[in-house]
Design a protein. Structure first.
Length: 189
């Protein structure tokens, strides 16, 4: 169990997070022995979607964002979904939570539209990352370098483009969470 004893936070929007981008990383962390805490804007149930439009499964939220801090966790997963990612980046508490992971040099994994939250947290400047292709200009305007690759790792930051990349994304995020803190992770925090 590679992640035995590791506590990993995973964000989910109340509605709109892409189901496989939430469910598969969560399962990968749990299969590797990590303990996952599902965090949203509020407690209760969160409704996911598939392809941004089709209803997906509902998931229980363990903690509201106002009741947690980055120092309680060893790593963070931010799933995508256009609507869900937009809701998450609109929360000052979520943005501060994300920024605190970088300040603490802890690994972060973001897929698809999730880098919008990284942009809001001012954590893409000087980094190389990937995302859903429509975020390329946003990432570049925020000072990052965008590449079209299945998975990119930059000092503890793991990014991927879409659900097709989930096998590589999940493998890399488990690897980075195993490695733990990255000294260069806090350069933009």
């Amino acid at each position: 169990m590679k992640l035995e004893g590791k506590k990993i936070a995973i964000l989910i929007a109340p509605r709109g997070t892409e189901e496989p981008e939430f469910a598969k990383p969560k399962a990968a962390v749990e299969e590797a022995g990590g303990q996952v805490t599902v965090i949203s804007l509020e407690t209760g149930e969160a409704e996911t979607f598939n392809n941004d439009l089709d209803p997906g499964a509902k998931f229980n939220v363990d903690k509201a964002i106002g009741d947690v801090s980055a120092d309680q966790f060893d790593g963070l997963v931010i799933p995508g979904g256009c609507v869900g990612a937009d809701k998450l980046r609109g929360s000052d508490k979520v943005v501060a939570f994300v920024r605190d992971f970088f300040a603490a040099k802890k690994p972060v994994a973001a897929i698809c539209h999730a880098p919008w939250t990284l942009i809001e947290a001012d954590q893409v400047r000087g980094r190389t990352l990937t995302s859903f292709p429509t975020l390329q200009t946003d990432i570049e305007n925020a000072g990052g370098t965008w590449v079209d690759q299945e998975v990119v790792v930059d000092q503890g930051l793991v990014t991927s483009r879409n659900p097709d990349d989930l096998p590589a994304f999940c493998a890399k995020l488990v690897e980075e969470f195993c490695e733990g803190k990255h000294e260069a992770q806090a350069e933009n925090a």
